[in-house]
Design a protein around this ligand. Sequence first.
Ligand code: ATP
Ligand code: MG
Length: 216
Amino acid sequence: MRNLQKHGIGVMGGTFDPIHYGHLYIAESSRCRFNLGKILFMPSGNPVHKKRNDITDHVHRLEMTRLAIAKNPYFALSTLEVDRPGPTYTVDTLEYLKNDCSGTARLFFITGADAILDILTWKDVPRIFELCRFIAVTRPGFSFRALNEMLADLTEEQRKKIHLHETGGILVSSTEIRRRISRGEPVKYLLPDSVEKYIEKQGLYRHPDDSCLSLK
Ligand code: ATP
Ligand code: MG
């Protein structure tokens, strides 16, 4: 990873249950806008902030992510969070990445602007801001008022490390995809074909209460 130090490294965390074009679009759009050398897609292990308790097994989420990013040479899969046992904290992940790059990499944590509103609830906020900058990508339906309220609680220095990236956005969410599949509705053009085929083959999301799906 050391030759990437000249350009920043984007970290695209998410549950990716399943990964869709909204994720791929904000990653690629951030890469171009902020001249990032690489984007690490990092599916969450055992998320501490996610309110759902029926998250699909990480083996499936990893495989779907691998399939989705396969054609973009700037995208890479990181298993850092799923490999770590127990709850994962962003601050630990960033610390690890920083050390892995001898402390010199510029890390950009990419989030939808809805997700960034939760930052203040994360573990060790001051350290997180020392370790990375944020790219907050606007998402359809996003409230600037809520963002401004959150920004007011940060220090001036921390505020400067949040870069708002306004894109037209893509109106898609994993929740909507899971809902559509459970009702037998089409999801074509919301996510890559390879991911759609994988979901079909593994029989994922067919029932709304498909909790903790077992592997086939
Ligand atoms: P769910 O509906 O299960 O919450 P999601 O579509 O929000 O899923 P996540 O895995 O929770 O997907 O999101 C990972 C990151 O991608 C978050 O920072 C989220 O805000 C962002 N994101 C997801 N979909 C979009 C989108 N359509 N536009 C912009 N950002 C998005
Ligand atoms: Mg979400």
